[in-house]
Design a protein around this ligand. Structure first.
Ligand SMILES: *Cc1c(COP(=O)(O)O)cnc(C)c1O
Length: 412
């Protein structure tokens, strides 16, 4: 989207405003699909952005869905993903959510423990059904870079536990194969290939030891893209060839399995920009400048959720500067009443003035839904979706208190 269109969108919807460009979703989805074997499935992780209008474009690019809550499931269905192609993941799934997912026709559950297999078996049996499952396995080796899911150790079976579980499966559960997710933001084709090779070894070990014939192996993802800073996630040169070689033979019982990959951020990160307005500029006696904008960690909080408060790298483009202003270094803070509401410690910005419109790039993934949306009870940012010059629609997350069962009436 060009600058003119961004200014017009900000005028129409106000700020803080997320704008998504479906053209970018199309390009990045096609790029990732082309780097993966044609026979492999690519699952879009709704965790990265559950807005149905955005998810629907990823679906149109040939992806299935990976969800990990009842809300994400509903968003995936609204985006038109067929239920039987959906993978339901995540630790601690309750009987109620499993029952809802089964009822809505979810095809496959990634099961994280023997307890969860039993719970799924019980829910499926009560519904007079059988449920298909993948065994989520702890990676035996961590990824070379990025945010490791293995770090927390809360995910999946250790290999021996998986082998034991296979010997004692609930009748109503059909194990179709295995699922390994090494982590996010694995940079470089070499590191990605190493990660997939290691995930494959883990799966091969478990399947051989358990005598499990895997029909499906989900090797995870980790395809990178910068967050809230300018730049790109790099290309995939060599990935297709490397995967072809890696997947040519399998040390698992039975025929070669179907392979699945997952990505949240890669198809959509670039498509999203956050537009925010400068509300105040404070220059202290020592010359230090603080810029107050109308978007805080309630609107752009992705890294907060990852345990980081300071995000020194957030990048801002001043859309109101016309090349006539000097660049200055400033702290950028949001409007929340907490000193932790900082978007950048030292940002380089063309001299910001009150009323200027700033753009943060690469926030199509882990934007509003990954933020502290309810903190300070401000309205969540509007999310406007564009296809070229056309606005497809605009939405806003809902927050605020509603009466909870078993007290359906609000207090008088
Ligand atoms: C979060 C997550 C993803 C998506 O990660 P990205 O870095 O956004 O691609 C994929 N699979 C699983 C199991 C996840 O938990």
């Amino acid at each position: 989207m060009d600058e003119q269109a961004l200014h017009e969108a900000a005028k129409r919807f106000g700020t803080p405003l997320y704008v998504y460009d479906l053209g970018a979703v199309r390009t990045r989805t096609a790029e990732l699909r082309a780097a993966l074997p044609g026979s492999a499935a690519l699952l879009y992780s709704l965790k990265a952005n559950p807005l149905p209008a955005v998810a629907a474009e990823v679906r149109a690019g040939g992806c299935r869905a990976e969800v990990s809550s009842a809300g994400e499931l509903r968003a995936a269905l609204e985006a038109g993903f067929p239920a039987d192609g959906i993978l339901y993941t995540g630790p601690g799934k309750s009987a109620a959510e499993l029952a809802e997912a089964l009822e809505r026709g979810v095809g496959t559950f990634s099961c994280e423990s023997a307890t969860e297999l039993r719970r799924l078996g019980h829910v499926a049996a009560s519904a007079g059904r059988r449920a298909a499952a993948l065994l989520r396995l702890q990676p035996v080796e961590g990824p070379a870079s990025g945010l490791s899911m293995a770090d927390g150790r809360q995910f999946g079976f250790d290999p021996e536990g998986a082998v034991r579980a296979c010997a004692d499966l609930p009748e109503a559960v059909m194990v179709r194969g295995c699922h390994v997710y090494l982590g996010s933001q694995i940079s470089g084709v070499g590191a990605l290939l190493e990660g997939f090779a290691s995930a494959k070894r883990t799966v091969e070990h478990v399947c051989r030891a358990a005598g499990l014939v895997p029909e499906v192996v989900d090797l995870g993802g980790g395809f990178p893209w910068p967050y809230a800073t300018p730049g790109t996630g790099g290309g995939f040169e060599g990935l297709a060839e490397g995967l072809k070689e890696l997947l040519a033979d399998w040390a698992t019982p039975g025929p070669a399995p179907e392979v699945w990959f997952e990505s949240g951020r890669r198809p959509i990160a670039e498509s999203g920009s956050l537009l925010t307005t400068v509300m105040d500029v404070k220059v202290r006696p020592d010359g230090a400048t603080t810029v107050v904008v109308d978007a805080g960690v309630n609107v752009l909080g992705g890294m907060t959720g990852l345990g980081r408060v300071l995000r020194p790298g957030t990048g801002f483009e001043n859309l109101s500067a016309r090349g006539d202003r000097a660049t200055l270094t400033a702290a950028v803070v949001g409007p929340l009443c907490t000193p932790l509401d900082r978007l950048a410690v030292r940002a380089e910005i063309a001299e910001p003035r009150v009323g200027d419109l700033l753009r943060v790039p690469n926030v199509g993934a882990y934007g509003p839904s990954a933020s502290l949306a309810a903190f300070l009870s401000r309205p969540p940012a509007v999310e406007a979706v564009f296809d070229g010059a056309d606005c497809v629609g605009a939405w806003r997350l809902a927050t605020g208190h509603v009466a909870a069962d078993p007290w359906p009436q609000p207090l008088a």
